[in-house]
Design a protein around this ligand. Sequence first.
Ligand code: ATP
Length: 332
Amino acid sequence: MIRLDSLRVVFDDHVALQGLDLEIGEGEFFTLLGPSGCGKTTALRSLAGFVEPTSGTVHVDGRDVTRVPSERRGVGMVFQSYALFPSMSVRENIAFGLSVQRVARAEQRERVDRVAEQVGLRPEQLSRGVAELSGGQQQRVAIARALVLQPRILLLDEPLSNLDAKLRVQLRGELQRLQREVGITTVYVTHDQEEALALSDRIAVLSEGRLEQVGTPREIYEQPASAFVCDFIGEATHLSAGQLALLAGSGLDVARDSWVRPEHVSLTTGDGLAGVVRAYAYRGSTTAVELEVSGARMLAEVASADAARLGIDDEVRVRVDVAAVHQYGDAA
Ligand code: ATP
């Protein structure tokens, strides 16, 4: 439904996107994920029609919309700041685009009521001023204001980042439910990998204006295509030359760039690498244990029941699940 071909965006002398190719399917919840400055907002704004690409094309439903103005692309956008009108009521904010389009009053009322219900706003909240609402409720108003225009595509730029952690998780669930219900193709921008993994049908990981990987959350987490993705998504330890030397003979290609996730490092009472506990962080059911192995850091995820007896500077035996080690680059 959406296709970006060789999309390149240059600001002055800064290359924000270096030729991005992406395809997004109808009804997908698609996320652009990457660290600050990787170009994800620029990609979203190019799709919205707020940024004119230096070269490359944007297609929606097979139509080239690269030079089509934003208001004729059928996209609705929700910004990080919500960009609501503080002096207007909730109803007036949601109806704003309908007023601009000179939709009849009665139809405006009906459409606002319907969309307000969809996003979980109560009827009595519609007459309030938006300034009286909590951050979470304001976010619902911003989404309602976009949806009321019945766009083909919903674009969301870090819509949850101004909320506290608990509310963020709650609204994340609501957003996912709403998107499934409405069935609208959604492109979501975030730098929060946990949020991306929880929400998305598919994720595109960007770094420095380039695509690193596109895949389902499971593919991205379990089969990271590059060292960048492995390091950026979840946690991973980069194995040092000394650690790899200790693992020689285990079938691992010790000449390659190697990474292991904490859930594949365990403590054992049997044979294992010699390690020392340097720090640990309780996380509820599991505890993250920072180890020193062969003079370098290694992270293990340990059941908290087993971690309870550990102390700083304890000498332990460490087992690495070599079959789960991710390796990149050519063998030397
Ligand atoms: P963030 O999460 O910090 O918003 P991002 O991944 O969304 O980052 P972009 O906002 O797309 O990144 O920016 C990519 C690069 O382009 C950055 O280096 C940014 O400084 C630059 N940039 C973005 N917009 C403009 C602009 N209008 N003029 C000049 N440079 C810009």
